[in-house]
Design a protein around this ligand. Structure first.
Ligand SMILES: NC(=O)c1ccc[n+]([C@@H]2O[C@H](COP(=O)([O-])OP(=O)(O)OC[C@H]3O[C@@H](n4cnc5c(N)ncnc54)[C@H](OP(=O)(O)O)[C@@H]3O)[C@@H](O)[C@H]2O)c1
Length: 263
């Protein structure tokens, strides 16, 4: 098993790396771990290598940097060949308000990380996957991309773009025998949701979420919402006409704003 995961320094990405190591222990499992915080990646690398005898490669990078991802993909492929699975999981979330000029740069960062980050992550692996005759690209979207959430225009727009982009890619990649899986999580307990002051329905722990994500990846699901209860909500959200949506969202809680430095 060879897998490359972005956003592996925290939350869902870290849990996915751990789940792959647990499920496929031993030296033939190679896990590429990418994110900006190299010290977190190194701790995870040591833990997984010692606990499950897998091999981890760490790639400290920003997914906005296509060149950095190209170099990492080249290094991974040179050492171990094309990965079986690439998971573009890195993402950020922050409240944003269009009327506030200072939020424009936050909009830009969220779109660059959550949308262009997917393209930058997948692109350098496709040629090698094509040559090996198989592969799977996995994008982590969000239920927030199904409809526009007030106070989270940038995040909702970025995840809506991610869902559409991944759908285009799925059809493009099919003739190359490269599967594309879109996972739209509901609420998962990670540092991204720990800051939320409001009630989060069907909140799921990361280790359980990671098991379900990997199950969906094994089954080559095209599009899946996890947890399933949120999938039912997502279906209903799609059906609601705009006038009812506006009414329902009037009192919806808003995502807190992050410090610009963090982005
Ligand atoms: N938690 C939820 O309820 C939930 C729901 C729906 C969707 N999601 C999506 O799931 C994914 C993972 O989120 P999470 O909940 O696990 O949040 P998290 O704990 O905050 O993790 C986000 C990860 O993305 C990485 N990242 C952020 N910006 C990056 C950049 N510019 N370059 C490289 N890596 C970057 C972070 O690493 P560094 O800071 O070290 O770079 C971190 O490893 C995101 O795409 C998020 O939108 C989460």
């Amino acid at each position: 098993m060879k897998v490359f995961i972005t956003g592996a320094s925290s939350g869902i990405g870290q849990a996915l790396a751990t789940e792959y190591a647990k499920r496929y222990p031993g030296t033939s499992t190679i896990i590429g771990l990418a994110a900006r915080r190299s010290e977190h990646l190194q701790v995870l690398q040591t833990t997984l290598q010692n606990s499950y005898q897998v091999t981890c490669l760490t790639y400290p990078l920003d997914v906005r940097d296509h060149g950095a991802l190209t170099n990492s993909a080249t290094d991974f492929i040179q050492q171990y060949g094309a990965p079986d699975i690439v998971i573009a999981n890195a993402g950020v979330s922050s409240g944003t308000h269009t009327e506030q000029a200072a939020d424009t740069s936050t909009f830009q960062a969220i779109m660059d990380i959550n949308v262009m980050g997917l393209v930058h992550t997948f692109q350098p692996f496709i040629k090698a996957m094509r040559a090996q005759g198989h592969g799977q690209l996995v994008g982590i979207a969000s239920v927030a991309g199904i409809r526009g959430l007030p106070g989270a225009g940038a995040y909702s727009a970025s995840k809506a773009a991610a869902i559409s982009y991944l759908e285009s890619l799925r059809v493009e990649m099919a003739p190359l025998n490269i599967a594309v899986t879109t996972i739209a999580p509901g609420y998962i307990r990670t540092p991204m949701t720990d800051v939320n002051q409001y009630k989060m329905p069907f909140l799921m722990d990361t280790n359980i979420a990671a098991e379900k994500f990997v199950d969906a990846i094994v089954r080559k699901r095209r599009f899946v919402v996890i947890p399933w209860q949120m999938g039912v909500v997502a279906r209903l959200m799609k059906l609601i006409p705009p006038v009812l949506w506006d009414w329902a969202m009037k009192k919806a809680p808003h995502k807190p704003k992050l410090d610009w430095d963090w982005l």
